[in-house]
Design a protein. Structure first.
Length: 111
């Protein structure tokens, strides 16, 4: 099966570049080798290099784990604030419909 090329928005690509550079800068500034960080995260060094080079195909969970290991703040919040924000959004989601339904538009063609 041939792999399809996924198209990403310019915003998503720029945000990904920023995150990957922040990760690499934090790793280097903390004096951690790519090999050591990969071992701590339980991933291959190749995957870490892909993350640091802004490969959009990398799993978001792995990217967040790398950021967590490096103590890189992503949401300007500590763990308690993240929990609080998650609770707020969960409460909001309970008030919203479970599914999005397409509204049928009836055409009034009675002139």
């Amino acid at each position: 099966m041939k792999k399809k090329n996924r198209v990403y928005s310019r915003y998503a690509l720029e945000a990904l570049k920023l995150l990957s550079k922040l990760i690499k800068a934090k790793r280097v500034a903390s004096g951690m080798t790519a090999k050591n960080l990969a071992i701590r995260a339980g991933i291959s060094r190749d995957l870490l290099y892909r993350i640091e080079n802004a490969d959009p195909a990398c799993a978001i969970g792995v990217v967040f784990e790398i950021a967590s290991i490096l103590e890189l703040t992503l949401f300007d919040a500590d763990i308690d604030e993240l929990k609080s924000k998650n609770k707020l959004i969960e409460d909001k989601l309970t008030l919203l419909p479970q599914k999005v339904k397409i509204k049928k538009i009836e055409v009034d063609d009675d002139f």
